[in-house]
Design a protein around this ligand. Structure first.
Ligand SMILES: *Cc1c(COP(=O)(O)O)cnc(C)c1O
Length: 395
């Protein structure tokens, strides 16, 4: 059996997106900056995609800037707010300890430049407390950046409340909504969002394309010098096939949003229940304020990397809680942020389900995981210590 259960890392492209992209690669290859007909046709299509995407998040077309993906959108949003802040003498930024590295590493860079960064506690639940956030706001706070949905533990943040607080205190609010766009309803007006990052490959669109929403009147700085594309805010010939594929994928995802959720959620809950029966295991992140497709478990006494490799041999593609794929064996900063100790954070598994998940596959995932965890524990020194009482169980 082959099961792709790593949709938070990337998704399979939809047939519709592939079809649309192929069409634009073959036939609408003109440069949108060119004045002749095939260039101008590309320009018209580009602007139609912008308008369609804007409508899906209740924004104006002029508020959408196309980027190379979520990472670039995060960088541009944060560096822009920081530049404006510096000019106004406001050099304090509020964020959380469990943001994506595209946000955290950008904040590290700003810290080196003299900015003061407050990272909010995300508690054991993996959810930010808006009251705590409000207490951290100061006269010199120029930006609040809090992700809409955490990519590892799937917890959903109280974005609307945070937006309302930022609006009241006149602080710019950015949200990395890469895990949410196309999966949960987004309304930038209702949620008082000033800037929002999204990425096509997380909602069945192509890789290497995304967008940044920037509310009219909010300062935006260009990170790439060159031509006047994207109203001078993002130089470089527009990725027409990618943008058209993204627009098609987003329309489809938004249209199918509730039916996909209704299908996946009960299967997700069934897997959570099954995995909970493995002794000394625990679900990471709040059970209810959680993305309908996300499962993240820690199993005491094992290494997440070994679990992943053995699951892969059974045909199951999943992700571990640690950052091993990036070449380091550090446990996930997200699991550490919710208070998991190193050893426990190491033995973690993330499953992010797609719409093709079935109960038959769910049974297979539960069975394989239970068997592999038992197998790994059978020769784990940590597990032997736990069994012999030389070490206390944490889970
Ligand atoms: C995937 C992801 C990103 C990065 O997006 P890319 O398009 O791959 O650069 C940023 N933030 C979150 C929360 C993500 O899940």
């Amino acid at each position: 059996m082959n099961i792709y259960a790593d949709n938070a890392a990337t998704t399979k492209m939809s047939d519709k997106a592939i079809e649309v992209m192929t069409e634009y690669m073959k036939n609408t290859y003109g440069n949108p900056s060119s004045l002749y007909t095939i260039g101008q046709r590309a320009k018209e299509e580009l602007e139609s995609a912008r308008a369609r995407i804007a409508a899906l998040i209740n924004a104006q077309p002029r508020e959408i800037y196309f980027t190379s993906g979520g990472s670039e959108a995060d960088n541009q949003a944060i560096f822009s707010a920081a530049e404006k802040g510096k000019r106004d003498g406001k050099m304090h930024i509020v964020s959380t300890a469990f943001e994506h590295h595209a946000v955290l590493h950008t904040l590290d860079e700003l810290k080196k430049q003299g900015f003061e960064i407050t990272l909010l506690d995300v508690h054991e639940s993996g959810v930010v407390d808006p009251a705590e956030l409000e207490r951290e706001l100061r006269e010199d706070t120029c930006l609040v950046t809090v992700m809409t949905v955490n990519n590892e533990i799937g917890t959903i943040q109280p974005i609307e409340k945070i937006g309302e607080i930022c609006r009241r205190h006149n602080v710019t609010f950015h949200t990395d909504a890469v895990q949410a766009v196309g999966h949960l309803p987004i309304d930038v007006k209702k949620q008082s969002i000033d800037m929002l990052s999204a990425s096509a490959h997380k909602f069945h669109g192509p890789k290497g394309v995304g967008f940044l929403y920037v509310k009219k009147g909010v300062f935006l700085k260009s990170l790439i010098n060159g031509g006047a594309q994207e109203r001078g805010k993002r130089a470089g010939t527009e990725n027409i096939p990618g943008i058209m594929g993204m627009a098609a994928a987003l329309e489809e995802s938004v249209r199918c949003m509730s039916s996909v959720q209704e299908h996946i959620k009960p299967v997700r809950d069934y897997i959570i229940k099954g995995l909970s029966e493995i002794p000394h295991s625990a679900l990471n992140g709040d059970k209810d304020r959680r993305m309908y497709s996300n499962i993240n478990f820690s199993f005491e006494g094992i290494e997440g990397e070994s679990l992943l490799i053995l699951l892969d041999m059974k045909g199951i593609s999943a992700s571990s809680g640690s950052a091993c794929t990036s070449g380091s064996l550090d446990p996930s900063h997200v699991l550490l942020a919710i208070g998991r100790i190193h050893d426990v954070a190491h033995g973690s598994l993330r499953l992010s389900l797609g719409e093709d998940i079935s109960y038959e596959q769910a049974d297979y995932i539960i069975k394989c995981t239970a068997e592999i965890v038992e197998h790994l524990r059978s020769f784990s020194p940590v597990w032997q210590d736990l069994l012999a009482g030389r070490r206390e169980y944490i889970l």
